[in-house]
Unconditional design. Structure first.
Length: 111
């Protein structure tokens, strides 16, 4: 809306990104692929491929927030609005001081 340009979105009804709901691209139509929050870049790369498969020409990628710590790499220029360095850990790699923090399950109440 801010750029006064059309906006489309991709969905994963079967686990693979695709254009739906009547959205379509003209062959060679230039596209800026935007994501909300990028962590690894995998979803963005999959979205870029889906846009290309639909006939679009991805000229750049963007994200509202890049929290990949530099891991997100693309074959087009990448423009995040903000970059936040947030470490992430595998289940067996959580530091002891973080693992000791009590958690609650979604929907439960702490009394």
């Amino acid at each position: 809306r801010a750029l006064d340009l059309d906006a489309l979105f991709l969905e994963r009804p079967e686990g693979i990104f695709e254009l739906r709901r009547g959205f379509r691209l003209e062959p060679g139509q230039k596209v800026l692929m935007m994501e909300d929050v990028g962590t690894t870049g995998l979803s963005s790369r999959e979205a870029i491929q889906a846009i290309r498969d639909a006939g679009g020409d991805v000229i750049a990628a963007g994200a509202l927030v890049d929290r990949s710590s530099g891991a997100a790499q693309f074959d087009v220029p990448f423009y995040p609005l903000i970059t936040i360095d947030v470490p992430s850990y595998g289940p067996d790699q959580v530091p002891a001081e973080l693992a000791a923090i009590p958690t609650t399950k979604p929907g439960s109440r702490k009394e």
